[in-house]
Design a protein around this ligand. Sequence first.
Ligand code: AHR
Length: 673
Amino acid sequence: MGSSTASCCVLILLYFFTLVCLSFVRLAGSNQTATLAVNASGGKPIPDTFFGIFFEEINHAGAGGLWAELVSNRGFEAGGPNTPSNIDPWSIIGDESSIIVSTDRSSPFELNKVALQMVVLCDSQDGNICPAGGVGVYNPGFWGMNIEQGKKYKVILYVRSTGPVNLKVSLTGSNGVGELASTDIILSESDVSDWTKVDTTLEANATNHNSRLQLTTTRKGVIWLDQVSAMPEDTYKGHGFRSELVEMLADLKPRFVRFPGGCFVEGEWLRNAFRWKATVGPWEERPGHFGDVWKYWTDDGLGYFEFLQLAKDLGALPIWVFNNGISHNDQVATSSVLPFVQEALDGIEFARGDPTSKWGSLRAAMGHPEPFDLKYVAIGNEDCGKRNYRGNYLKYYSAIRHAYPDIQLISNCDASSRPLDHPAHMYDYHVYTNANDMFSRAHIFDHALRNGPKAFVSEYAVTGRDAGKGSLLAALAEAGFLIGLEMNSDIVHMISYAPLFVNANDRRWNPDAIVFNSYQLYGTPSYWVQQFFRESSGATVLDTTLNTTSSSSLIASAIAWQNSADEKNYIRIKVVNFGSDTVSLQISIDGLDPKSLQLSGSTKTVLTSANVMDENTFSQPKKVVPTPSRLESAAGQDMNVQLPPHSFTSFDLLKESINLKMAGTDSSTRSSI
Ligand code: AHR
């Protein structure tokens, strides 16, 4: 064999060796390649309402959660199969030789007649001496009250007695020891011969996350108590919301708040449904109700007014979901539904009627004379398949259209694949599924009907085994789904995750976006995914073309948006790598002035973790959170970036100049490039 033939053979062998190596590398799955072309010169406007939140009274999200009231069952009215007695969770301090506690119907409040009666048998002055600390009752709040040193707590209660009253109001540890704050209420017989309101403020001298409120006495006599409240003075904007929970919501920059449910609106039975009129007016007069779907009592401190206020405080539009005469198990016949329709009309008048109108005047009396910005209402929740839905829906639709022609009405019937048989401005779309299915649903609206009502994806989440208690896997699948919705935002006008909150002591539904107890909180990875989309509302979605060898596990979108904080224009490219291989992605951006991308100020943010089933917990609240970094050396119109396995990455490219090539947009917050 000549030397040239030999070297030729070596070359051929080397060539095949390289091919084998390359395919081995591919089989081993260490790297995939993809290209993403972004056309920055056009795009379509994303609705201003695109990204929002859905608050449901579920998992003690409101009572014992967002609503800062520390006392659970403040009027001794609680009912329902879970509550051993209507004073639950109040307990007695003392035994039957010193105190007898019962309830009667002597309350001064017409809609919640139950009051607590304490017959005190002991007295510090006579033979039957009261135990040290006295006798009375205590309330542990919602799995312990979070009392913090230096903070003030306003305690209000109503009291009546047959003689003078000497009542100690104190905040203590969970077993009654370790006093954090106290005051003595001393009232003469004439002060308390009829119901009287006591209002006092306690300042805590120490911190205890598992405290209780005690009402005790060492004086013989009969005392009635009703409507006992303990509120921290420090609440969000002074409106009664637990600040750190609302701040988690504010960080999402929601454009709307859908409320108050969900199934909570429907009830298992109509008698347990959320009825707005029972939740407004002075808190003492609200009857409260047992939510039989999520199986707990709420005093309805967080009522219809407070939901409207919450939306306003977040700078978001309220979206009121009302019961349409249908629960899980019973339905009002369409021929009898008019009183329910009137209730909805009254509710709209309460929200936005003139302060001189019947219901608008109640809103004004509650401290909000100017109307709330109620523009959207949903007629029922998940009721499309129910026998009376269409009939009832049409009654609501025509009455509301007639009285409030500008209000947008949302139907429960999915119109993504076939036209609705009734008029609507929007339709609800709910999806709870496994991770693979959620990821594949990124394309579900690609072929949705374009000429009917707009879609409101008002509930979505990965559930079941893939979700754990809030896994990275679930979040990545949802991120892929949301990218698909963003690319279909000509038809998908609103999106919100569900459920929003869970008090870890009452996990009725799993997973949830924000987990809390009396004093701790964290966002699940699904919460953090939502932060990547908060700038999408009112932005412009750009045309993108993704070419990939791993087409089923990669999805990307790009938006142009303006940051209201620095008033600068950005291009945000978001990519989910749902697969277990690293992907080498070549990004090219066309349609820009070549000099317009500014390197300093461009950033990359990655959400990933060592294990795709990783979760956040109270002990590791930041295990799976987005990690931002600067992009200085890599940013440009052509970039080669590495996408880690199981990751969600966004690239925020700061644009230096304004490119007038872009199609006109009508929003002041929409970027023009
Ligand atoms: O988000 C939890 C529940 O899921 C909602 O109450 C209901 O609308 C849906 O079935």
